[in-house]
Design a protein around this ligand. Sequence first.
Ligand code: NAP
Length: 249
Amino acid sequence: MTTTALITGANKGIGLETARQLAARGMTVMLRARDVSRGTGADRELQAEGHAARLIHLDVTDGKLIAAAAAFVDAEYGHLDVLVNNAGIATMGGAPSATSLDGFRTILETNVLGVSAVTNAMLPLLRRAPGARIVNVSSEVGSVTLVCDHANPMWALPASLSYPASKAAVNMVTAMYAKELAGTGILVNAANPGYCATDLNGRSGFRSASQGAEVSVTLATLPEGGPSGTLWGYAWGGDPDKPYAELPW
Ligand code: NAP
């Protein structure tokens, strides 16, 4: 049976690197891109490297495209082994007191509702896989514990609302799907890639997109009986010899 992985927002950045690394492990990867011209470049890039990669047009805020993507996976493969909810947006929203509600709403629509919408559409297919994995790409800025920890490097960052609140919500979304799916063999975890140089942040991150993708790939390939309902990934300010750890919510 073909092992299948579907990655949202995979035309660039951490999503593209996640697709590349999962494909290198023998999976057939479906890159979901809302910008088809960019996505086409990405799937050709992976195909040229010898990987099984296919492109699916998808905007995570568009219910019709999500349903069409699920129908495509069903018709082609009949099941889905890995779902990586990677698509995300960020804006420098300014201080909480200066946050635009329209901007806040847009971020929640993509980063939070998009995760639930895609997961629900794919769940029947994930349930048909022998042991599916769902990875929701979150962030340490969504950890209420870490952002309030005066000893953590994030304390020095300016207060902002939309993006951190969206990732805190992704953490809860992750916990609740993990709770609902406990005992099914499907493991659901949130990934913290760390601060990676991508378009999301004007390429200011100190980690590479490829390093960020390693986190999603680890969670997407957890062994049977592995953890579910965790936030795991790069631990900024932690032990440099152990860069990856489970993070507090
Ligand atoms: P990126 O290079 O900007 O990639 C974001 C991807 O999401 C793009 O493919 C983008 O597509 C896609 N996307 C945005 N809105 C979408 C929508 N409505 N429907 C479908 N796709 C959509 O940024 P990245 O850093 O790789 O981000 C990937 C994930 O990692 C995000 O969830 C982000 O929050 C998370 N993350 C990143 C960092 C970091 O330091 N970079 C740290 C922690 C977490 P378009 O090209 O069409 O815009």
